[in-house]
Design a protein around this ligand. Structure first.
Ligand SMILES: [Zn+2]
Length: 97
């Protein structure tokens, strides 16, 4: 995520809104696609073609990611904030050096 944007969101306490209103990639800020599992019906397939969702395939487990970023080609679990905080902690560790 862009540092300025991230700092702004944290400073203004808008991070929850930012991530909650429309899920966005904690890495690049792109809109995230919801991952749909199982056999897609025609409507679901059409949405996937239009880039409105991501087909996760037929394997449905207990711990499947919920969102997918087409830009990073990375999948995310439901709590996106974890990724942001994880990234932030990592940055703070780097700053200590
Ligand atoms: Zn991304």
């Amino acid at each position: 995520m862009n540092d300025d944007l991230f700092n702004y969101l944290v400073a203004t306490d808008e991070l929850d809104d930012f991530l909650g209103y429309e899920p966005k990639c904690p890495n690049c800020g792109s809109k995230l696609l919801e991952i749909v599992y199982g056999m897609p019906d025609s409507k679901t397939g059409e949405k996937a073609m239009n880039g409105e969702l991501f087909l996760g395939g037929c394997m449905v487990g207990e711990e499947n990611p919920k969102y997918h970023c087409n830009t990073c080609e990375r999948s995310y679990f439901e709590n996106l904030k974890d990724y942001v905080e994880e990234e932030n902690n990592f940055k703070m560790m780097e700053d200590d050096n």
